[in-house]
Ligand binder design. Structure first.
Ligand code: S3P
Length: 455
């Protein structure tokens, strides 16, 4: 298990023959966090199947338990007895969210407006990330915020006696900010309105409606969404099936596309339109990805994806697609490293405030592994090397992962098809979102192995 004090676990990924087999990647992280939060808040019992058991989600479960929810396990289901909307209890100690921005920011919305004190903290990555984007709307709702310099963690929030329902235009494309305001609105009298100029993942809206909240979504001709939530309504426990995470599926998908001879199936992948920008982009690049058995369940679409090795061509990714693939740029950069031509990604400034500065981390990893690229303030251009010739690091130098699971996984995928091995400095952080990553990938045919830390 990863924690702030665990030693680094470096690993190497070596060129592999074609990948084959069927896999199911863990449950969707965004849906898992929200299931625990709304299950912990709703009256009655919520049953969750397919919940991601990554550390990020475990921390959210702990936070909900600290505020009065009762969580237990029955076979492969999680069962939660919620407190009832408006009835969270004051937690006794600080809520530690580890590496998880989503868990932390959404819970700040959910609990921050209560007329009690909540304290929030996290690991060395999370304490560097900007929290002002959540504090600003919460302050407007009447929350007093005490935070470390620059509106960072650790932070202490105290809600007002009665929270002010606000109208808030989200200033950056962020599902976390949108969701924090909506979850805060659950405990404010009247209508809380969120205006979202650029659509982002809509799991909060879908799930709130599923739990019985009174919520309306209107989309105008320009795609601007207005979400109105009536606060202080009743939420009732639900049964939730969490589909597989498209952001985790991205790793075996790209590995299969770039490794010659591959033919794999990734099962049960969430196909919510706000999440599948990477699939669209890979198909435009000539990726052979087919959807088998698209189906609906619990208000979401999912499908099995068959992926075969493909000669990829560079594309320019439209900036307006960024929100639907925001977590997938590191692995897209890896796909681009094997594509013919220059792949251009623009409008991706938000990557600088993820678990690491992902633009810088990806650029450094590409440089270390012989891939020609240009890093802009909010852009990245990658010039590929079809066949992986010259890609990898013959001297065994390690990519710095900066406590970022997706940087670690993306570069391990690169090693499957690169001429030289690719090494990363720490894979322990992968447990935040994809605990069995190396085993699952090696089951398909990759060669990912731990290496020794130098004395
Ligand atoms: C998430 C929203 C995105 C994404 C994160 C999960 C969510 O963050 O990067 O991994 O579940 O709402 P932002 O809201 O910061 O874009």
């Amino acid at each position: 298990m990863h924690d702030a004090h665990s030693p680094s676990r470096p690993a190497v990924s070596r060129r592999s023959p074609g990948l084959s087999g069927r896999v199911r990647v863990p449950g969707d992280k965004s849906v898992s966090h929200r299931s625990l939060m709304l299950g912990g808040l709703a009256a009655g019992r919520t049953r969750i199947r397919g919940l991601l058991s990554g550390e990020d989600v475990v921390n959210t479960g702990r936070a909900m338990a600290a505020m009065g929810a009762n969580l237990s396990r029955e076979g492969d289901e999680w069962v939660i007895e919620g407190t009832g909307n408006g009835c969270l209890l004051e937690p006794e100690g600080p809520l530690d969210f580890g590496n998880a921005g989503t868990g932390c920011r959404l819970t700040m919305g959910l609990a921050g407006v209560y007329d009690f004190e909540t304290s929030f903290t996290g690991d060395a990555s999370l304490t560097k990330r900007p929290m002002g984007r959540i504090f600003d709307p919460l302050r407007q709702m009447g929350v007093q915020v005490e935070a470390a310099e620059g509106d960072r963690l650790p932070a202490r929030l105290r809600g007002p006696e009665v929270a002010n329902p606000i109208t808030y235009r989200v200033p950056m494309p962020s599902a976390q900010v949108k969701s924090a305001v909506l979850l805060a609105g659950l405990n404010a009298p009247g209508i809380t309105t969120v205006i979202e100029p650029v659509a982002t993942r809509d799991h909060t809206e879908r799930m709130l409606a599923g739990f019985g909240a009174s919520l309306e979504v209107e989309t105008d001709g320009k795609g601007v969404r207005t979400i109105r939530l009536e606060g202080q309504g009743r939420l009732s426990g639900q049964t939730i099936d969490v589909p597989a995470d498209p952001s985790s599926a991205a790793f075996p998908i790209v590995a299969a596309l770039v490794t010659p001879g591959s033919d794999i199936v990734v099962e049960n992948v969430l196909m919510n339109p706000t999440r599948i920008g990477l699939i669209t982009t890979l198909c435009e690049m000539g990726g052979d990805i087919s959807l088998i058995e698209e189906r609906e369940a619990g208000g979401e679409t999912m499908a099995d994806l068959r992926v075969r090795a493909s000669d990829l061509r560079a594309v320019t990714v439209p900036p307006e697609r960024a929100p639907s693939m925001i977590d997938e740029y590191p692995v897209l950069a890896v796909a681009a490293a094997f594509a013919e031509g220059e792949t251009v990604m623009d409008g991706i400034g938000e990557l600088r405030v993820k678990e690491s500065d992902r633009l810088a981390a990806v650029a450094a990893g590409l440089a270390l592994n012989g891939v020609d690229h240009t890093e802009g303030e909010a852009a990245l251009a990658v010039r590929g090397r079809p066949g992986g010739k010259g890609v990898g690091n013959p001297d065994g130098k390690r990519v710095e992962t900066h406590l970022d699971h997706r940087i670690a996984m993306a570069f391990l995928v690169m090693g499957a098809a690169s001429e030289h091995p690719v090494q990363v400095d720490d894979i322990s952080i992968i447990a935040t979102s994809f605990p069995d990553f190396a085993d699952l990938m090696n089951g398909l045919g990759t060669a990912i192995e731990p290496t020794q830390v130098p004395e």
